[in-house]
Ligand binder design. Structure first.
Ligand SMILES: Cc1cc2nc3c(=O)[nH]c(=O)nc-3n(C[C@H](O)[C@H](O)[C@H](O)COP(=O)(O)O)c2cc1C
Length: 213
């Protein structure tokens, strides 16, 4: 091979190597600037998922309560705030006076109502519960059980198929006897085990967190 040919071959080799080097460097740079197709896919999947996720709490909730002297009302309003639910009061047509609430008097209105199985004190308020899926139902314990106005409420409003979660306040009696009364009164309701509550926010919070609504 003559000298000229060798120089030409070396020159071609240098040009070829230089081109490859430039190509490698520029393709590395472009990879660094463009998100890899995998990352892009992950991102899209995440966004897809976000859009398809159903909110955990898409049920319409109401907190319905009867309260003669305000304790159950306080608990009910805390529950409605925490659950973002409508707060609805069962208002008796005839308000209970303190004489009516005297459990030491066997002839007081409440003593007579509680002793008469068929008594159904009238309700003044009206409500439309069609749209609600879940109802928290609150009442004070009277003589170990639900006040009969709660039975009037059950007679008046069709709760079949709804989820109802009772809660009560009391001087110490638990909810179980009133739960049994309610369960037997309408077996078409999806009863969730209820709880006796105090007005303590943390107690109410803990209970609400243990439920899925
Ligand atoms: C007529 C009557 C009967 C009651 N019976 C009981 C009872 O059996 N056990 C109990 O622990 N508390 C009983 N209590 C107390 C109430 O359950 C308690 O004070 C309740 O928190 C009142 O709720 P309110 O303020 O929402 O009406 C009775 C109260 C009244 C007025």
């Amino acid at each position: 091979m003559n000298q000229k040919l060798i120089t030409l071959l070396i020159a071609i080799l240098i040009i070829a190597l230089g081109g490859t080097a430039i190509f490698l460097v520029s393709s590395k740079e472009s990879k660094a600037n463009t998100p890899s197709s995998n990352t892009q896919e992950n991102q899209l999947n995440k966004e897809d998922k976000k859009q398809n996720e159903t909110p955990t709490n898409d049920k319409k909730i109401a907190v319905i309560y009867f309260s003669a002297s305000g304790t159950t009302k306080s608990v009910a309003s805390i529950i409605s705030q925490k659950t973002n639910a409508e707060l609805i009061e069962i208002v008796p047509k005839e308000k209970y006076t303190s004489a009516d609430l005297n459990w030491n008097d066997p002839n007081s209105r409440t003593s007579l109502e509680c002793n008469e199985a068929s008594s159904r004190p009238e309700i003044a308020s009206t409500m439309n519960l069609d749209d609600y899926d879940v109802i928290y139902l609150g009442y004070p314990i009277w003589w170990g059980d639900v006040p009969h106005i709660i039975l009037t409420f059950m007679d008046t409003y069709k709760l079949d198929g709804k989820t109802v979660i009772p809660f009560c306040t009391s001087g110490g009696t638990g909810i179980s006897q009133s739960m049994n009364t309610l369960k037997n009164y309408n077996q078409k309701v999806h009863w969730t085990e209820g709880k006796r509550l105090s007005t303590s926010e943390s107690e109410i919070n803990n209970w609400l967190e243990s439920l899925k609504y």
